[in-house]
Design a protein. Sequence first.
Lengths: 134, 145
Amino acid sequence: MAEKIETAGVGYWLDTRDLPGGGDIRTEISRGVNDCQEVLILFSPYSKDSPWVSFEIGAASIKNRYLTPILNNVQYTDVALIQGIKAIELNDFDQYLVELKKRAAKAAGKKRGASKAAAKKKSTARKRSARQRA
Amino acid sequence: MAYTIFISSDSRDKDLARDLSKRLEKAGVSVTTSASKVDNPRDDKSRIENLRKADEVIFLLTSKSVRDEKILFDLGIATSLEKRLAPIIQGVKPKDLPDIIKGLEYIKYEDLERYISRLRRRVDEALKALAKAQPKSGESSKSAA
């Protein structure tokens, strides 16, 4: 999943890869969630009852992160905390990537628009002060 | 503004949560709890609002609730909000705590008075800091003049 996200041109923070040794895991995960725009949670028979998963859903919810549960051999109705959120089957992960690319492009467009507007504002202010000096 | 503690607990431990709540209120703090009729805590706006407003968050963990997903959800929120976290355990052996709790400084229910006496000190300090931050009466009108 992480490789596919990267190939789609989106950066990622992966709990099992990016947790620094010696740090407080709870704080680091909460920072990781804070630094991202979206959170993917993989539910498998091994992870669906993991305390960390409930913790991560809480951290993502309070920061209003776009949360997508990915289901691998887990029934949607078996996970109470994700009821009401659109989940995706692991087999349909490519469908998520198509949507992710659209959201990333939109966010990049907004960012470009914001920096263009800031540059225009700066240039207008410069011209005005040059006119005043003249 | 009163010093506030949020208690996150399982509904099956409501009697214990009520006892805890009474003892904390006796110590002079305001208490809010996770008790709610809303099934999914993500949809429970007052729970989330109370967590936001709390100065400290207590996680009441018993043999029934030690892996309760709603309590762990609250732990994720409280950690993100950088709240002071206080797991209180009753009837659970420390070795049976999940890793996510093990790293935290937990309190045994039988040692609750020790936690409350430290809490009283924190409340006093918070009140002193608040009094220091507020202008003395008449000060604002003087400076306005």
